[in-house]
Write a protein that binds this ligand. Sequence first.
Ligand code: 5GP
Ligand code: ZN
Length: 114
Amino acid sequence: MATDPDCLFCSIAAGSMGVEFVYADADVVAFRDIAPKAPVHLLVIPRQHFRDVRELAGDPAAGAALLAGVAAVAEQERLPYFTTVFNTGAESGQSVFHVHAHLLSGSGQIWAHG
Ligand code: 5GP
Ligand code: ZN
């Protein structure tokens, strides 16, 4: 499994940062965002290193596992609704270049377009 020794989220997924997992399975881990933007703000990440969703798209099984992880976390945490965000590229606000789903809930509509 490809990991990057210089990547913060690879280190978190490996358990070496002491971050508590809200959810973990063979493919993904989820933990609380250090700077929450909503009452519930979790990050769901693959254990394997992918830079962003574009790179993740090259491994459809890993992409499906990440989405399954999002759904599993939401079910475990009994979230009746949630918003999922993937920032891609620094200009979008991506600051950690290990793909992560922001899973936000608990304050109604969080994001809208148009
Ligand atoms: P991005 O801006 O890349 O889409 O999201 C990165 C997220 O990771 C941010 O919301 C930021 O608060 C969170 N974050 C950065 N460093 C840490 C950390 O060390 N621990 C945790 N739990 N979250 C972090
Ligand atoms: Zn990584």
